[in-house]
Ligand binder design. Structure first.
Ligand SMILES: Cc1ncc(COP(=O)(O)O)c(C=O)c1O
Length: 380
């Protein structure tokens, strides 16, 4: 017997892992106060940018010791700015277990061509051995591997007394997971992820040790203006007060503010994490009772609560076909696995997604699987 097509669609079928769903209730009206057609360096514009920084600090619980800046180029810009500005004076350890970690490995080995680089890699679904990491080196890693749905379980593997810098790409973790700020020297994220902002700018948080590295001497390479955080050998503090390096989108800044104000209204970081966990729990319950699907993450302690990645097991159904069917029906957008990841499904469970919409999605997944499996059987 075939699985009946569900009667009810998710109210918002937006389950993309970036750009992620807008916050519930969002409309263009939310941007009506944007500082448009004016200089971002005028008092009102600079004030908006400073407010993005200030509200981000509060929601995330960033310690006073850490600086925070808005930088160009979304999360990639923030990560590359950090790699180009900071690496080179010490040996480096790169951790990679999915596509984005691999991108940073390529940056460091093929573009920066640093000499003493050790790469610790793991396949999709696993983590490299975190206990083997050599903290006399600078260490680069993503907190949550968005394309494999595998995250580090916590910060216990990062020592307080590390000699190298902990450089963390946290774009699908910030605002959704507990980040141990005292153990992270560089943390990056973008506006388009957990708070559902627009793809535009990156955020770069620096610990005092990262600032000390910047001020210890210039990076051993030419730096484009877009990457320059120091002036006369000292940190350019104005960048961390909202005087961005170049011109930002004030429309996107307004949207980022809207997301932050919503985050405060639902209980700040605890509220955001609770929503994400509730979404991931509902999805996991379905995974656990469904025979043809399994987590790509091998260890439950490393399962992402934002980018949940699933593989199909013992079924002829093609996940790409399932994703297309669900898009055609308006039941789920953008849930095919990442282009470089093993074939599968990826369902965003961050805070801007409503748990009711995850619940409404589940019968659609069963339906799409049934259709795709039948088609595959017929074709074989
Ligand atoms: C872990 C991680 N790093 C980097 C990126 C790239 O982000 P952006 O496109 O905002 O530069 C992403 C995007 O999904 C990501 O998930």
């Amino acid at each position: 017997m075939s699985v009946a097509k569900p009667a009810r669609l998710p109210a918002r079928p937006h389950f993309s892992s970036g750009p992620c769903a807008k916050r519930p209730g969002w409309s263009l009206e939310a941007l009506s106060g944007a500082w448009l057609g004016r200089s971002h360096r005028a008092r009102g514009g600079a004030g908006k940018l400073a407010e993005v920084i200030a509200r981000s600090r509060v929601v995330l619980g960033l310690p006073d010791s850490h600086r925070l800046a808005i930088v160009p180029g979304s999360d990639t810009g923030a990560v590359e700015l950090a790699l180009w500005s900071l690496l080179g004076s010490r040996a480096v350890e790169m951790l990679a277990w999915e596509s984005f970690g691999q991108e940073w490995v390529a940056d460091v080995t093929k573009q920066l061509k640093l000499e003493d680089v050790r790469v610790r890699e793991a396949d999709y679904g696993a983590l490299p051995d975190l206990s083997a990491v050599d903290w006399t080196r600078d260490v680069v890693f993503a907190w949550n591997g968005t394309t494999s749905g595998v995250r580090v379980p916590d910060g216990a593997w990062i020592p307080e007394d590390r000699e190298g810098l902990a450089i963390c790409d946290a774009t699908s973790a910030a605002f959704a997971m507990d980040l141990p700020w005292d153990k992270l020297d560089v943390v990056t994220w973008s506006w388009q992820k957990v708070l559902g902002g627009e793809g535009a700018h990156g955020m770069l948080a620096l610990s005092p040790r990262a600032v000390a590295r910047l001020e210890a001497g210039p990076a051993p390479r030419p730096l484009p203006k877009l990457f320059r955080l120091t002036k006369g050998g000292r940190l350019n503090e104005t960048i961390f007060e909202g005087q961005t390096i170049n011109t930002p989108s004030m429309l996107c800044a307004e949207d980022a503010l809207d997301g932050l104000i919503w985050a405060e209204a639902i209980g700040g970081l605890q509220g955001l994490m609770a929503r994400s966990r509730a979404n991931a729990d509902v999805l996991q319950g379905w995974v656990d009772r469904t025979p043809w699907v399994a987590n790509l993450a091998q260890d439950a302690a490393t399962r992402s609560t934002t980018s949940v990645c699933l593989k199909l097991v013992d079924t002829p159904a093609d996940p790409g076909r399932m994703a297309r069917l669900l898009e055609e029906e308006g039941a789920a957008f953008d849930i095919g696995g990442y282009r470089n990841a093993p074939p599968g499904l990826r369902i965003w469970c961050g805070a801007t997604v409503e748990t009711g919409d995850i619940e409404a999605l589940l019968p659609w997944l069963d339906w799409a699987h049934d259709v795709a499996a039948r088609e595959a059987e017929k074709a074989s």
